[in-house]
Design a protein around this ligand. Structure first.
Ligand code: PLP
Length: 233
């Protein structure tokens, strides 16, 4: 347990230092603790340290965990960060407050329809495949404007930002270029009047979250640096 507490403290310090380096405030960045493969006691340990936002990448694994955490009366917000199939939209809107991985207008429409049917509003980010990696999900940068326009007006989906996953690389410059590009895309979309407020940038994982913060991330999705003993320090 104490390892989770120490890791949370250390990650928070690193987020704060990266924010300072780039003239930002640490409070602008929300830590989303990604709990795939992590059991409920360790999730509770993170909650005890003040972590409020949690992420999962598979609906099937997430539903029982989120249900159990809510049964404990925990005040947590859950973020879907992995690829979401349209036929899981109904289950997803039952448990997640935020979906980071909207990668098509069709998925957005399905989420809005399912959310509306259960009287909920889901917050959503569009996943962008900035580096155009063939094996990765996400909207191509050139298609982003038209996808956002198709999503405008969906009654039960609130578009709040953009998300990306940096390519795997030993060279930190690769992630930096991708994250900077996501921020520029967000600003381009605002100028094009695509959507009222794409405030959020979800970018940065255990190996590159400081770069994400330096480039403007408001959400960082961190798993191993918090929960994997082999990764810590
Ligand atoms: C697993 C996962 C993360 C967290 O990755 P770590 O390297 O464990 O920090 C973040 N985002 C997505 C989409 C993931 O699937």
């Amino acid at each position: 347990m104490t390892d989770v507490a120490a890791n949370v403290a250390r990650v928070r310090e690193r987020i704060a230092a990266a924010a300072r380096r780039s003239g930002r405030r640490a409070e602008e960045v929300t830590l989303v603790a990604v709990t795939k493969g992590v059991d409920l006691p360790r999730i509770l340990a993170a909650v005890t340290c003040g972590v409020t936002d949690f992420g999962e990448n598979r609906v099937q694994e997430a539903v029982p965990k989120i249900t159990a955490s809510r049964a404990q009366g925990l005040r947590t917000r859950w973020h879907m960060v992995g690829h979401l199939q349209r036929n899981k939209a109904r289950a997803a809107v039952q448990v997640f407050e935020v979906v980071h991985s909207v990668d098509s207008a069709a998925l957005a429409a399905a989420l809005s329809q399912r959310a509306a049917a259960s009287g909920r509003v889901v917050e959503a980010l569009v996943q962008v495949n900035v580096a155009r990696e063939p094996q990765k999900f996400g909207v191509a940068p050139g298609a982003l404007l038209s996808v956002l326009q198709a999503m405008a007006g969906l009654p039960a989906l609130r578009m709040i930002g953009l998300m990306t996953v940096a390519p795997y690389s030993d060279d930190p410059q690769v992630a930096r270029t991708v994250f900077r590009r996501l921020r520029e895309l967000r600003d381009d979309m605002a100028r094009a009047g695509a959507t009222p407020s794409l405030k959020h940038l979800s970018m940065g994982m255990s190996d590159d979250f400081e770069i994400g913060v330096e480039e403007g991330a408001t959400l960082v999705r961190i798993g191993r640096a918090l929960f994997d003993p082999a990764h810590a320090l």
